[in-house]
Design a protein around this ligand. Structure first.
Ligand code: PMP
Length: 356
């Protein structure tokens, strides 16, 4: 018998791989993967239907996603040569890692932060320097700088606002980190539209040539299913990254809908404001029930029940068809995505029944 597994390198065999949040096939209030609760608006769906009727899916898409890059360049006062489009920001992360890193190199990340980074590193046999957050879940800037100077990683990856904590660093803190370390730094701004300060304008500029920023349509722009993300960096790096991505990485449908979404920036921002208001309402309600919740600049909250038994609460909520996220490594906390006001009222009612 041939052992087919033998053909796969050992380091890949040993990987656990990224574990995505559950996607259940029955109807729940789904607050476990930080999706936007508002589907695309009817006026966009009508325009999308018209586009579908053009029936041009037998053709390849634009390999350069030119229109999307031009639109994002205009928004961030850049050139399209500063911009790379990805099949979700997960693909952006994968491209940057593959573009920068070789076996034996080091990256520096925060712990906890987005759990995909160590998975991408492992696949490339890259060592991960994890800098723990302080006990209040804020970033220890001195410790990051100390580790960066000591280990000289090829790349710093900073999630801002961070996940799963929801806590944001200020623009000045990010730029301070960059100036102190003088190393290539990727700031993952997946959640920045919900109250964080962006460094997209600085990324890849003459003053900050080693600074990169990425973000996604998945959260702020109600499009997790479309798979669309972007990176801003200096044009020399973007040119190199272009060589290692799939040549047609963004399909024709996603490119078109992405363009339509960027034309409606104001509409999406008003929806974002609603989510922020609901978040603040929900945090106050949790406070009344003696929950400890970290200050959030994202579309989720990281919260700890008074008995600190987050797993029990997770399981009880699931029996009420409410799906949130529990991380066994941080057993006192749940991460709850902010849904519509109506959804969060239901969630609050259920938590109230459990905890009063
Ligand atoms: N970065 C962070 C911090 C995230 O939480 C996520 C979503 N899981 C992503 C990037 C990837 O988002 P997407 O691939 O949907 O753009």
């Amino acid at each position: 018998m041939i052992d087919v597994k033998e053909y796969i390198p050992n380091h890949i065999q040993k990987m656990k791989g990224y574990v995505p949040g559950l996607q259940l096939n029955y109807k729940v209030i789904k607050l476990n993967t930080n999706e936007n609760p508002y589907p695309l608006p009817d006026f966009l769906i009508k325009a999308i239907q018209d586009f579908v009727k053009e029936n041009i899916f037998h053709l390849y898409p634009d390999p350069e996603s030119k229109i999307l890059r031009e639109k994002l360049a205009k928004i961030y006062k850049k050139n399209k040569e500063n911009i790379l489009i990805g099949n979700g920001s997960d693909e952006i992360l994968s491209i940057v890692f593959r573009g920068f890193l070789q076996k034996g190199d080091r990256i520096l990340i925060l712990d906890p932060s987005y759990s995909l980074y160590p998975v991408l590193a492992e696949a490339l046999q890259v060592d991960v320097i994890s800098v723990p957050l302080k006990s209040d879940f804020t970033v220890d800037l001195d410790l990051v700088i100390h580790h960066a100077k000591l280990y000289q990683p090829k790349l710093l990856v900073i999630t801002n606002p961070n996940a799963p904590t929801g806590i944001a660093m200020s623009r000045n803190e990010i730029l301070f980190l960059y100036n102190e370390t003088q190393l290539p730094m990727l700031v993952d701004e997946a959640y920045v539209f919900f109250g964080g300060e962006t460094i997209m304008y600085e990324a890849g500029s003459e003053d900050y040539p080693l600074l990169m920023a990425c973000s996604t349509f998945s959260k702020a722009f109600s499009s997790a299913g479309l798979r669309l993300g972007w990176l801003i960096a200096n044009p020399v790096w973007i040119k190199q990254f272009d060589k290692i991505r799939d040549s047609y990485n963004i399909n024709i449908f996603t490119q078109k809908v992405g363009e339509m979404i960027l034309n409606e920036w104001d509409y999406f921002h008003s929806r974002i404001q609603e989510i922020i208001q609901t978040r603040e309402w929900f945090i106050e309600k949790l406070k009344d029930l003696n929950f400890f919740t970290l200050p959030s600049k994202t579309n989720f909250v990281f919260t700890s029940p008074p008995d600190q038994n987050a797993q029990k609460l997770y399981e009880k909520l699931l029996t009420k068809n409410i799906l949130v996220r529990y991380f066994s490594q941080i057993p006192a906390f749940l991460r709850i995505t902010i849904g519509t006001k109506e959804q969060m009222e239901v969630v609050y009612e259920e938590i109230y029944k459990i905890h009063s």
